[in-house]
Structures are given as structure tokens and as C-alpha cells.
Design a protein around this ligand. Structure first.
Ligand code: MN
Length: 630
């Protein structure tokens, strides 16, 4: 074979496999219109057995906790016996089909099972849940798993809490998360803005704005008489979170509650001085966009329950923004089109494809599961979040379409919000840790791509790469806005930035907003995913019971923890851990080792920082998965 005929045969086999990929990975724009998603999940994209088993293990923890909460008082007082009784009841009632292998095995050893019950670590339960999940084939809990869950929720606490302790009682086995004991503190409320579940909202302002008429009197009551709004504005010490995007959203009612969406504005300020540990303080909250009697300005000096109510309204808005925009749209749905275009346009051996694919594992599967169930009518989002499901989906679409690729570059994000200067805003753990991880990824991507592209011209003449860039933006492709340099990719620097953003979003950014779901967002007293009282109640006096009525009813609170606790506890893979022999080019090895040792250095730096600030651990590289898969 001559060199050129060999090339031709390689080229034709590449063309063939791309043809197959284009058949397998087809776009769909109607699952969440008009967002590009995969039409049918290709078999190769399905979750692995290991992933299901990890999910089942986490599910077991929540399952047992819920079981004991809802029916512990019916059993013997032993967790193992209660679980055994439940399994038997589920079998008798036909909720669990006896053909499931684990049940068959349990029945084969029925005498021991009936007499001895379950083993101490309840591992039989992992097997059972795994079987239910795996037989269903998708994360979405249908059929038998749905029947088991329905049975599990029988007897659950319902109605509004009459004291905050009612929420603690939802955790008889696993204990309430730590946030349960600190969330009412103003310092914790402010710290959420810079180190919480949605640390991307706060922006620097010179004044609160015309529609938020905070006065010096309000301001000085919090910050002291030797300070003023004007001085704070001038000196870069005023910060706002504004949830205008939620104004006019439609209040949801599923499953059978009137829920409320709010569009509050909250003002924060830093004290004068140069203390490097100075923290933001909350100054004032207005629970709607229009000033006036319906939305009075509430401050820490207002009545206790009015202030708690107003802070909770901000938390509710922040949580709704977080789930639809920050989490779903700007990580899951943002990365999806890159998975598609990479499979459809880059040969498997292409250096960019090799670099990116490990960061895409499980992403199409989790996004597909989300659109089928989690964000479908009657799913978890419909049940728990404030707006109607249609409105939550529209928020996600808006969140993605307003997030142009080039403006999503991490350093630009901080500049755009005026929070990039650590002299002005010294304690911003998300910013500081995210930039460390960003730089480590950037260095790795740059070292790696430099092996394959010596000049900008090499980039410009890589046809597969240019086709990839075209498809990312195409109307019949990824529909990504603000991508590329005049449409294509012209320089090595741009390709490095673009690949860094894709990998950072698929790993660190998703970790930063996904895993706080368990610790910070699961506890409904601290963070109800919906409000249950209109904010206009702040016109008059607010009682403790009004505040408790704002929070999730107990059945909703239990469901909230179970959903967010599950989503926030599956750590399937780890940033920097590429499969053995993934990179066949021997020159990659030292570069990858440098990346991995950089990540260890970042880990040490973050641990060191946590000695001097309230701990922020979501961007420790050891806790950042390689890809979005939960
Ligand atoms: Mn997620």
C-alpha cells in the first residue's frame, strides 16, 4: 500500500465512523424548546453499573432515614427490623416484583431473612435499590421504584411546622445538616452570597438603585453613624443581589399547594477599613421590584420575624435562580451541545476529542434523565420549586440564552460583576478557589494543545476543528451564542481558553453548584425551594407562625432533602483522573503529571485558606468530579 492510499483508507474509515456518530447523536430541540439536547440517548452514553451502584448506596441512606421518620413508630425500634418489615410489606402489596433477583435471593434464604432480618450494614438494601434502578434503566424512578417510594411516603409528616424543631425531626437516622443550627445568623446569610450554593449573583454597585430606596438611616443603623451609603458606594463597598429575572414568573401549585415566586433585591455592605477578613453584612431587603407599601424595606432592625421572613424570601429566590439558571442551564445544558458536536465532528483520535471526552461522561445521560423526569410535569422541580414547571423551564432557557460563551470565561464573569478586586472584596472563597482551579486547567490545556498546534495557522487549517466550531454555533447544531472569533477559531490562545471553559464548567463549576445541594439547600427551614405565603404580608406585623407558614410544609421538606441530598452526594469520578492509556502520545504523560500535581497544590492552598475563613470546600480538587453526571 502506498502512503497516499493508506491515508485514503484511514480518511474513509474516519468519515465512516463520523457518519455513524451523526446517526447516533441526533439533536432534539423540543425536549426543552428550543435548547439543543440529544434526541435518543445512545447506548454508549448510558450510566455505568458503578454509577448506578453509587446512586443506590446514597439512596439507601435517604431511604432508611425516611422510613424511620414515616413509620419508625410502627416497628420494633430497630432500624433493621423496620426495613425488613417494609420489604415484606412491599412484596405482599406487589410494589416490588418478586422476579427482581435480589428479592429472589432473599426469598431463597427466606428462613434466615425472616428470622435474622438484614445484615448490619443493610447492604441487601443497596442491592435491592440497585435492581430497581437498573431494571428501570434510567435514573427516573418509575414503575416498581415509584410504587416503593409511594409506600415509603405513606405516613409522612404533613402540614406547616409549628416550630423549627419539626424540621429537625425529619432526620432521625442521619441527623440534620449543620446549616440547621446557623442559618438564622446574618453572617451566615451574607456568607451564602460568596461561599454558598449560588455564589455567582452578587455584584458591586455605587448605589442601591432608584427602585430600591434604601436611606442613610437604614444604612447607618446597620453599618454605624460614621459611614454612609454614598461613601460606601464610592469606595466599592456596596453589593447587591437582584432577582429581577424572577419578576412576573407564574406561581406554581403542584402538587396541591399555592406556592409563590419572589423577585427581591438585597443590599450588602463591607465595613470600612482594611481588615483582610472583613465580611459582607446584610443591610436591607425589598421583597419585590417596585418600591411602595406592598414591598417595604426590611432591615436587621425590623421586627425579628419580618427580617427572618425577608431573608428567607431572598433565599427562596436565590434557590430558584440557582436550580434553573446557575445549575441546570449554565452547567448541564451549557455542556450538552459540546458533547454532541464533539462526537459528531471530531474523529475519536482527534487531540481535542481525546482531551474533552472524559469530561463528558454521563452528561447526556443525566440531562436526558432530567428532561424525562426531574424537570418534567409532575417531577421534582414541579413539586418543589416556586414557579409552574413551564415557567421553571423557561427560566432555564433564558438562563442559557443569556449566557454567551465568550462572556462566560471565568475571569470575565468576575469583572462583569465588579467583584474581581480582592482588595475591595477580600473574602470571596468561590472566586478565589475557582480561579486557582481555572488556572490549573488552563495550564494543562495549554501544555496539551501546544503538542499538536505549533502555530495559529495550524489551528486555522484543522478542518475537523473548524467544523466543530461551526456546528457548536449552527441553528441545526449547538446554537451556542457568542462563540468563536468571527465565527471560527483563529488562534491557539482562543482554543485554549475555549477548552478551559468547557472543562472548567463540566468539572469545577458544576461541583461548586451541585454539591451544596445536599449540605446547604436540602434543609427546607434554611432554604425552602418555594415560598408558601405572599410577600405582601410584610405590610403588616409578621408573627412567628407567619414565618413558619412561609417555609415548606413538612411533606415538601422531606421530599426536598431526599431529592437534593441524593443529587448532592454522588461523586462518580475525579478531576484529572483520565482512564489508563487514554492518551497514547507519550509526550502527554509528563504534562498530565504536572496537572495532577498542580491540583494537589490547589488542594493544599484551599485547605490552608480554610484555616482562616469559614470553611468552603466545594472546590477542593479531590471533591470535583471529572464530568457532569449527577
Ligand atoms: Mn448537577
Amino acid at each position: 500500500m502506498t502512503a497516499s492510499s493508506q491515508n485514503n483508507s484511514i480518511n474513509s474509515s474516519i468519515t465512516e465512523s463520523l457518519d455513524v456518530a451523526r446517526q447516533t447523536y441526533q439533536y432534539n430541540y423540543s425536549h426543552i424548546p428550543p435548547i439543543p439536547m440529544v434526541d435518543q440517548l445512545p447506548p454508549a452514553e448510558r450510566f455505568t453499573t458503578n454509577w448506578y451502584f453509587l446512586l443506590a448506596q446514597q439512596l439507601r441512606v435517604l431511604f432508611v432515614n425516611t422510613l424511620i421518620t414515616n413509620r419508625g413508630n410502627r416497628g420494633s425500634g430497630s432500624i433493621r427490623d423496620d426495613v425488613k418489615l417494609f420489604i415484606l410489606e412491599a412484596l405482599v402489596k406487589g410494589a416490588i416484583p418478586a422476579r427482581i433477583s435480589i428479592i429472589a435471593r432473599l426469598l431463597q434464604i427466606a428462613p434466615q431473612f425472616l428470622i435474622q432480618g438484614l445484615s448490619k450494614d443493610l447492604h441487601e438494601l443497596d442491592d435491592l435499590l440497585f435492581s430497581l434502578l437498573k431494571e428501570n434503566g434510567v435514573l427516573i424512578l418509575r414503575d416498581s421504584l415509584n410504587r416503593v417510594i409511594k409506600l415509603l411516603y405513606e405516613g409522612q409528616p404533613t402540614g406547616h411546622a409549628t416550630s423549627l424543631q419539626d424540621y429537625e425531626k425529619l432526620f432521625p437516622v442521619i441527623g440534620a445538616p449543620a446549616i440547621a443550627y446557623t442559618f438564622q445568623e446574618d453572617e451566615v446569610f451574607a456568607y451564602m452570597r460568596v461561599a454558598g450554593y449560588n455564589p455567582v449573583m452578587i455584584k458591586q454597585v455605587t448605589s442601591p438603585g432608584n427602585n430600591f430606596p434604601v436611606t442613610d438611616e437604614h444604612y447607618q443603623a446597620v453599618m454605624g453613624n460614621d459611614d454612609s451609603l454614598a461613601a460606601a458606594g464610592q469606595e466599592g463597598r456596596l453589593y447587591l443581589t437582584d432577582y429581577k429575572i424572577l419578576d412576573g414568573a407564574i406561581n406554581g401549585t403542584y402538587p396541591h399547594y399555592q406556592k409563590y415566586v419572589y423577585a427581591p433585591i438585597a443590599l450588602f455592605a463591607l465595613p470600612q477599613g482594611s481588615d483582610p477578613n472583613r465580611l459582607l453584612r446584610p443591610v436591607a431587603i425589598q421583597c419585590g421590584q417596585t418600591p411602595g407599601p406592598d414591598y417595604p424595606i426590611i432591615t436587621p432592625n425590623s421586627d425579628k420575624y419580618a427580617w427572618l421572613f425577608a431573608k428567607t424570601v431572598v433565599q427562596i429566590a436565590d434557590a430558584n435562580f440557582h436550580e434553573a439558571v446557575t445549575h441546570l442551564a449554565r452547567t448541564h445544558l451549557f455542556v450538552g451541545p459540546f458533547v454532541m458536536a464533539t462526537h459528531r465532528q471530531l474523529p475519536a483520535s482527534h487531540p481535542l476529542s481525546l482531551l474533552l471526552r472524559p469530561h463528558f461522561e454521563g452528561t447526556l445521560a443525566i440531562n436526558d434523565a432530567a428532561q424525562r423526569s426531574l424537570i418534567a410535569r409532575g417531577g421534582g422541580v414541579d413539586r418543589l420549586l416556586s414557579p409552574t414547571i413551564d415557567n421553571s423551564r423557561v427560566l432555564a432557557v433564558y438562563g442559557l440564552q443569556s449566557y454567551g460563551f465568550n462572556s462566560a470565561m471565568l475571569p470575565k464573569q468576575f469583572q462583569q460583576r465588579g467583584v474581581d478586586d480582592s482588595n475591595l472584596l477580600p473574602v470571596y472563597p468561590y472566586r478565589d478557589d475557582a480561579l486557582l482551579v481555572w488556572d490549573a486547567i488552563h495550564q494543562w490545556v495549554s501544555d496539551y494543545l501546544n503538542l499538536y498546534y505549533a502555530t495559529d495557522a495550524d489551528i486555522q487549517k484543522d478542518k475537523a476543528l473548524q467544523a466543530w466550531a461551526d456546528e457548536i454555533q449552527a441553528f441545526d447544531g449547538g446554537r451556542m451564542s457568542d462563540f468563536g472569533q468571527n465565527g471560527g477559531i483563529q488562534t491557539r490562545d482562543y482554543l485554549v481558553d475555549a477548552a478551559t471553559l468547557i472543562i472548567f464548567t463540566a468539572s469545577a463549576q458544576h461541583a461548586a453548584v451541585n454539591f451544596p445541594q445536599k449540605d446547604l439547600m436540602g434543609y427546607a427551614a434554611a432554604l425552602p425551594l418555594a415560598g408558601y405565603v405572599p410577600a405582601s404580608i410584610l405590610k403588616g406585623e409578621v408573627t412567628e407562625q407567619d414565618y413558619l407558614n412561609l417555609l415548606s410544609p413538612l411533606d415538601q421538606a422531606q421530599r426536598q432533602y431526599n431529592l437534593l441530598g441524593l443529587l448532592g452526594s454522588v461523586y462518580y469520578n475525579k478531576l484529572g483522573d483520565y482512564p489508563e492509556q487514554h492518551f497514547t502520545n507519550p509526550q502527554v504523560k509528563p504534562l498530565l503529571q504536572a496537572f495532577q500535581s498542580n491540583l494537589q497544590q490547589v488542594e493544599a492552598t484551599i485547605n490552608q485558606r480554610n484555616l482562616h475563613r469559614p470553611a468552603y470546600e466545594y472546590l477542593l480538587p479531590s471533591r470535583i468530579p471529572q464530568s457532569i453526571n449527577i
